[in-house]
Design a protein around this ligand. Structure first.
Ligand code: ZN
Length: 657
């Protein structure tokens, strides 16, 4: 592993805490060392308090911070002395420990110190770095792992057998230190957990971490366990969307709430799921407690969700009873699913959560493959994994996390997503926690949002194969389809019937009508599998109810679309799918309405632009956002019992009323 230390860069960080920030970020930049808030670091600093007295503080990473982007303010300053006294207590419950950590801080607004703070405190070194390095995890979770670790590190590290993180681990380490450490000690290995490195300077501690991990990597290379690339497999062009949606439906039913399912069918994932030793490799458990919390104890092999849930209940009954305090069972649905056709699927309450699960499981796969080369993967016992999965502190976090957003775990597709009402719909749906698939002919859609819960596809909705392909990609990214917003439309320049060419008529019909038929037809099977029932919102037009001269093709296309939606509402009610229509009018904050067009139209009526925009009964301006917010709410529980409705969003129009 390459050291990223750079003296020039380091010199920009002032003081010991500054140096601590710098080298923590270096660790955070390497995903094979720490992932998504994993790992932690500290520094012991002597400072003068308000009274002018000197005291030694432990600046330790606050829980929840990510090393890669850590700031000085993300470190919690805790008085060292009381921590050293606490470490001598025979027992201390984890909630009591967290309380003690918080009450011994010198800054009231600092984050809660890492649960490993006492462990950092008792290590008699100024800088302490802790990671869950993949290479070391692969070795310690292999057959004869402990012997291999001793063989690699000799007297350079102190080895601690597995103890669950928290106070008990700090105690176990306190009992060994400093007696077990010698002049050559540069670090500590916690079996089935991770690596510590120490030093007198940030640089020394960081370099020692790199050194310890490099030795593990070299060992793996020497034992033919470093290069684990599999033969290339090209996934077939077979559509998977219905199978994925069916699976997501089952998993969501088992969980009791909708989940996002992200399928990875790349060569590496497929090769992994097709291994002969897959069950032996994957049905033991994660490589470190940090991973157990995110990915659950085991992945599901294949698609038998009911059998997985049964096994999970048994696991809970077997270990929950021994756990002392009563535990509330988490939902019995898997978070990782391995299937030879569907590849590696990750699941989460949001697309972000599913992405984190996938990142972590990706590293688990490498660890397991390398351990297999060393004679077999050997993980923590299910009892130990249970203790972490049902840790008081984790359960408390779950309770605190509050009510999920309205559309948590749900997926929406919006056409015409790059601008105007479509773009606003994307925002309204994202704001309510949905993952959104955006389609648009404008390439800007691909870069509309850089976040895990948005997938934009450039797509002409009249190109049926492209449309189907975009749905396929969207479902692979999020697992299904719950909501559909039919928004893409064409509003051609005014033409009277006597001069309306057939080509122009067909062009409008193709976009405003035909494309929506194709979309509805392709979406039906998916919407039927929506855990909370499918919902469709049609963006109609005032012209359906009150057509205007010069807009024959537009008005006819929107009226036909409306009729199509009404028939769909009749046909699909028994599948639990609701379809409702909004009829907006005079929404001017879209690309078509430039200032110039607006002023020409306003002048035509002898009005100012402001008056023209409010040319309705309520004298109010209707924005894209107004339409989008209502479209999103139409998909929500307020309208759970409404289908086939048509609602104007036009500020009141006497021709419509
Ligand atoms: Zn750890």
């Amino acid at each position: 592993m390459k050291s990223l230390w750079n003296d020039d860069e380091a010199s920009l960080y002032q003081g010991e805490l500054g140096q601590r920030v710098y080298s923590s970020r270096l660790l955070g930049r390497e995903p094979t060392l720490v992932l998504h808030g994993g790992g932690n670091t500290s520094v012991k600093v002597t400072e003068k308090n308000l009274l002018g007295e000197e005291e030694t503080l432990l600046y330790v990473k606050g829980s929840g911070a990510d090393l890669e982007h850590i700031e000085a303010s993300s470190f919690a300053p805790v008085r060292l002395h009381p921590l050293l006294k606490l470490a001598k207590l025979p027992t201390l419950s984890d909630p009591e420990m967290v309380n003690a950590l918080r009450t011994h801080m010198t800054r009231a607004d600092a984050p809660t110190p890492s649960v490993e703070a006492i462990l950092h405190a008792i290590l008699p070194y100024r800088f302490v770095d802790h990671t869950h390095a993949d290479a070391v995890l692969a070795i310690m979770n292999s057959r004869d792992g402990e012997a291999r670790i001793r063989d690699i590190y000799h007297d350079n590290v102190v080895i601690i057998p597995y103890v669950m993180p928290g106070f008990d681990l700090a105690r176990a380490v306190a009992e060994r230190f400093p007696a077990a450490a010698g002049p050559k000690t540069i670090g500590m290995i916690l079996l089935h957990h991770g690596v510590f490195a120490f030093g007198n300077t940030a640089r020394e501690s960081y370099q020692r971490m790199i050194d310890l991990v490099t030795r593990a990597e070299d060992y793996l290379a020497k034992h033919n366990a470093w290069n684990i690339s599999a033969p290339a497999l090209t996934p077939g062009p077979v559509p998977l969307r219905r199978e994925l949606a069916a699976l997501r439906y089952q998993v969501s039913q088992t969980a009791g709430f909708p989940l996002i399912l992200c399928a990875h069918t790349d060569s590496r994932s497929l090769a992994f799921t097709r291994r002969e030793d897959l069950a032996r490799l994957t049905q033991q458990g994660p490589a470190t407690p940090d991973h157990a919390i995110r990915t659950k104890h085991l992945p599901l092999l294949g698609r038998d969700v009911a059998a997985y849930a049964d096994a999970y209940r048994k696991y809970f009954e077997a270990y929950g009873a021994q756990a002392g305090e009563p535990k509330t069972m988490l939902d019995p649905a898997p978070r990782v699913l391995l299937d030879p056709q569907l590849g590696v699927c990750s699941l989460g309450r949001s697309a972000k959560e599913a992405a984190i699960v996938h990142d972590i499981y990706s590293h688990t796969m490498d660890i397991q493959l390398r351990a297999a080369r060393l004679g077999g993967y050997q993980a923590l016992s299910p009892k130990d994994i249970f203790a972490v999965e049902y840790w008081d502190l984790e359960q408390a976090k779950l309770k605190k996390s509050g009510k999920p957003p309205l559309f948590a775990g749900e997926v929406a597709l919006v056409t015409g997503a790059a601008s105007g009402i479509g773009k606003a719909c994307v925002e309204s749906l994202l704001a309510r926690g949905a993952a959104v698939i955006g389609l648009d002919i404008d390439p800007a859609v691909a870069k509309l949002h850089h976040r895990p819960d948005f997938a934009g596809f450039v797509c002409d909705v009249t190109d049926e194969p492209r449309l189907i392909q975009a749905i396929e990609h969207g479902v692979r990214a999020f697992g299904g389809l719950d909501m559909l917003i039919l928004n893409a439309g064409l509003f051609p320049p005014g033409t009277r019937i006597e001069s309306l060419a057939m080509a122009e008529w067909h062009k409008v019909m193709r976009v405003n009508l035909d494309a929506n038929l194709a979309l509805l037809r392709e979406a039906h099977a998916l919407l039927k599998l929506a855990p909370h029932g499918g919902r469709v919102v049609v963006i109609g037009s005032k012209n359906v109810l009150a057509p205007g001269p010069g807009a024959a093709a537009y008005s006819a296309s929107k009226a036909a679309l409306q009729q199509l939606a009404r028939v769909a509402a009749l046909e699909w009610a028994s599948d639990g799918i609701r379809l409702n229509t909004l009829h907006p009018d005079a929404v001017f904050d879209t690309g078509i309405w430039t200032e110039e067009v607006l002023s020409t139209r306003a002048a035509h009526y002898g009005l100012s632009i402001e008056q023209y925009k409010r040319k309705n009964l309520l004298k109010t301006e209707v924005t894209s956002r107004d339409v989008a917010e209502l479209a999103a709410e139409l998909c929500g529980p307020l309208f759970a019992k409404t289908t086939g409705a048509q609602i104007p969003v036009d500020g009141g129009n006497d021709r419509v009323i």
